[in-house]
Design a binder for this molecule. Sequence first.
Ligand SMILES: [Mg+2]
Length: 334
Amino acid sequence: MKLKDVGEFGFIDRIKDDALIRKYMGLVGIGDDCAVFKVDEGKSILLTTDMLLERVHFLREVMTPHQIGYKALAVNLSDIAASGGLPREAFVSIAVPEDLSLEELLEIYQGMKDLARKFDVNITGGDTTTSLQDLVINIALTGEIDEDLILYRSGAKAGDLICVTDNLGDSAAGLDLILNHRKEMHNYPQLIKQHFMPIPHVEQGRAISRSKMATSMMDISDGLASDIRHISKASKLGAVLYEERFPHSEEFQKYLAELKPDYLKTAIGVGEDYCLLLTVPQKNFADLKKNLNELGHQLYNVGEMTEGEDIYIISKKGEKSILTLSGWDQFKEH
Ligand SMILES: [Mg+2]
């Protein structure tokens, strides 16, 4: 059997059971966006880590070193945001290939530092090693949060509204342009920017967790079609998504009209949106939306949680079907 036979999430299910030797109240291990450690009465530390590999997650020929560094930190910030935390200390490990110059290496760190400064994050340490071929960057990031404010994937209730904090599909469209329509790339600067330099929704995540108006949260890294399954599974519920409610940017609409990609796959099946996916009881939706709007942020309702375990999608024509699209899993065949 190979990893690709079970996928990333099948693999995680197989390793998580005996991983905690010392179990205690307030400790959460493998399976959510962050691990959680209780450090003091009422205070918890969040910990997340993410690895970016050349040719798997990025192409060095189309991304600047600054963008590579920025994105490596951004994806980690997004996981702290997903739990509602305040990002704090970053540890950067990097494997440097022979053909990467010192100037490029320093630019990678500059990309990280520029983003770290915006979110008041320290780069506190790490490791540097040599690589035989590809550039590899791994970042581990801590976050702080009050124990009673942490949002997990498991808190959703039947009837809760499924919400997202940004437009869907821009990053996926950007990736499609980079891989398949390189000549047209310059016509879509926002889609490319969203793919290379996503802004992690840390402020939104903190506002949502502090409001206590949401029941579960995670970030969208693999696409709504995949990530809603994590909330459904963890909360032991089903879900229904409404295609006509999916929010899209103007540039995304232009891309759809001009390049005619597979709509559903691009909108919810590729991911890297790095916005937040959350569930909100219906009675809280208007207040939470107002709350976020006042901070200059968005909240869109795209569906609701249901009893059962199936995920349905209602097409723009009103047809209801089981959602078969599963989103990005790097270990499965595409
Ligand atoms: Mg995540």
